[in-house]
Ligand binder design. Structure first.
Ligand code: OOG
Ligand code: NI
Length: 409
């Protein structure tokens, strides 16, 4: 389709995230309940009756190979999303390392802030060499992009954008990559062995593609949503990740309902008597987030120090709410002090802090763990290699601090 005007990447991203939301609500009806609850609570807080404040801010996927990660990078680039930041989850016992694909320009963020937390499985952490080879072989065989999607991505790369008339088809084909598959290409025996190695390994290897594992709308009052989830029997995780409630919110607070147990049909095994078998898998959930000020390196260092103090003081199960407000009292809680102490970034010539657009590794690990069941809480794993991740991605992720510095200048 020569000479057709390319669609603005932010508009393509907006329609993709809306389509993904519609698909996920059909796949996971409890997520629809969460969206309604968040919309209701946002209306109470803001008195805003028409705006879609609670439009999804992010989603998350997990891929299995370098080639898949590189393909995901090309796909998201068409929608104006660049890899930002590097997150090593190994120190929290989660065998992945990650980046976030997101828009970086203020204008693009304003049109659609949608981003995807994307994790690459570290297969080398499977100790048993035979099992590792089996997992690698399964991953090598799968194709997570339709051939038509690959054609459309290549066309967009050649033309410097996706021709506008092809946008609906592009969105429909892209959704295929992230949909749920109820049938697994592996037998139940292999699933069980991979799950015993780590539940995350089974989640990545045993399915036909990187199903979206959660979407996350924005709330204006995360404490209210947490309480409402509990009141509705939605089984929320025990604690809200991130900083405590404050007058001037900083960084990112997150909570979720626990992942559901969903039916799966496994392929027939190799044994003579075995046919297709059924089982269950636990991976998909719903999350909410509340964002606050982006912190400078100095502010972030203070946050990290207070958070690790909080973690060590509550390791024995002590009351986290009490400890958090006591420990975080040290973090100044007015915009004026945040600026005077050089703790947060501000819009140029304004009292308004810049919004934090990224993720927090300790919080992300908490979200992972609460959704992986009892085996998900392993200790520290071998430290990951940022160089390996960059080689797989085909580039170095952008540095989030540099982006905030530029936006504040
Ligand atoms: C990603 C968990 C991290 C967040 O909001 O911090 C995340 C995953 O479960 O794949 O989404
Ligand atoms: Ni998330």
């Amino acid at each position: 389709m020569p000479n057709a005007t390319p669609i603005e990447p932010s508009r393509l991203r907006a329609s993709f995230s809306q389509a993904l939301s519609d698909m996920y609500r059909r796949e996971v009806p409890l997520y629809g309940t969460l969206l309604e609850l968040v919309a209701g609570s946002n209306r109470l807080v803001s008195g805003d009756h028409d705006g879609r404040l609670e439009v999804e801010r992010h989603g998350a996927i997990r891929v299995g190979t370098a080639a898949e990660l590189a393909g995901i990078r090309r796909l998201f680039a068409v929608m104006g999303m660049q890899p930002v930041g590097y997150y090593d989850l190994a120190t929290a016992g989660v065998p992945v390392h990650s980046t976030a694909f997101r828009p970086v320009e203020a204008a693009a963020l304003a049109i659609s802030p949608f981003r995807v937390f994307t994790s690459l499985l570290r297969l080398e952490l499977i100790g048993d060499p035979e099992l590792r080879a089996e997992a690698a072989a399964v991953l090598e065989r799968r194709r997570i992009f339709t051939s038509r999607l690959l054609e459309l991505v290549a066309l967009a790369e050649q033309e410097g954008g996706l021709p506008e008339p092809l946008a609906p088809e592009f969105v429909a084909e892209a959704l295929q990559t992230f949909r749920w598959h109820e049938t697994a290409p592996v037998d139940a025996g292999l699933y069980d062995r991979l799950k015993a190695a780590h539940p995350l390994v089974a989640d990545v290897v045993c399915f036909r593609g990187p199903h979206i594992n959660h979407l996350t709308p924005r709330t204006l009052d995360i404490d209210a949503v947490q309480a409402a989830m509990a009141a509705r029997g939605m089984n929320p995780k025990a604690v809200i990740e991130g900083p405590p409630r404050r007058a001037v919110p900083i960084l990112l607070r997150q909570t979720s309902f626990h992942a559901l147990n969903e039916p799966v049909r496994f392929a027939a095994g190799a044994g003579p008597a075995s046919g297709e078998t059924t089982g269950t898998h636990t991976a998909r959930f719903g999350e909410v987030e509340q964002r606050g000020a982006a912190l400078t390196a100095k502010g972030r260092a203070l946050y990290d120090r207070l958070l690790s103090q909080l973690q060590s003081e509550t390791a024995d199960g002590a009351d986290r709410t009490e400890a958090a407000s006591r420990i975080f009292a040290e973090f100044p809680d007015t915009a004026r002090e945040l600026r005077e102490h050089g703790l947060a970034f501000f819009h140029p010539g304004s009292d308004e802090p810049l919004l934090y657009e990224d993720f927090l590794p300790v919080s992300a690990a908490g979200i992972f763990r609460s959704n992986l069941g009892p085996n998900g809480a392993a200790g520290t794993l071998a430290v990951s290699s940022r160089a390996d991740f960059e080689a797989a991605l085909g580039t170095a992720p952008l540095d989030e601090m540099a982006l905030y510095e530029a936006a504040a200048a």
